[in-house]
Ligand binder design. Structure first.
Ligand code: DQA
Length: 145
């Protein structure tokens, strides 16, 4: 069974409370529980983690590169400037899909740049928490072909 690691970056532990008009009312716990159930329907296992710390996300990416088959990553604001997370993605050979809940292109201009996207398999942007499910489905599908 494929193992997929779902990593959420800074401030995503505040989901449900944080700017709900942008990020919705579901908490991170709600989302993670939903993804665990979704994973069962897809025949894979998901492991969900969240950190507000850049180094922790980098360590988890390295670890996933050794132990998992794919990563779903919402790097939060690190997306826009963390070359260290970009290099960590480039350093592993499993596919990483970048997810953003909001349509970052319809927001402030600093959100229009992703330094991480060029080293990911692809991005899913603007579909709320459904984006995580779409990314898991893409990783499962991609690996069976
Ligand atoms: C986000 C978009 C980022 O710009 C922001 O800093 C976040 C969340 C999203 O999921 O829409 O923390 O990654």
């Amino acid at each position: 069974m494929k193992k997929i690691v779902v990593l959420n970056g800074p401030n995503l532990n505040r989901l449900g409370l944080r700017e709900p008009h942008i990020y919705g009312h579901e908490t991170l716990k709600d989302v993670e529980t939903k993804l665990e159930h979704f994973a069962e329907t897809q025949g894979c296992i998901v492991q969900c983690k969240q950190s507000n710390h850049e180094g922790q996300i980098i360590d988890w990416l390295h670890e996933a590169g050794e132990q998992a088959d794919g990563v779903v990553l919402n790097p939060g604001a690190f997306t826009h400037y963390s070359y260290a997370i970009r290099d960590a993605i480039a350093s592993i050979s499993i596919p990483v899909i970048e997810v953003h809940l909001s349509n970052v292109h319809a927001r402030e201009s600093f959100r229009h740049t992703s330094v991480t996207a060029p080293v990911t398999k692809g991005q899913i942007i603007g579909f709320g928490t459904l984006g995580y499910q779409l990314a898991i489905a893409a990783l499962v599908e991609g690996e069976t072909k």
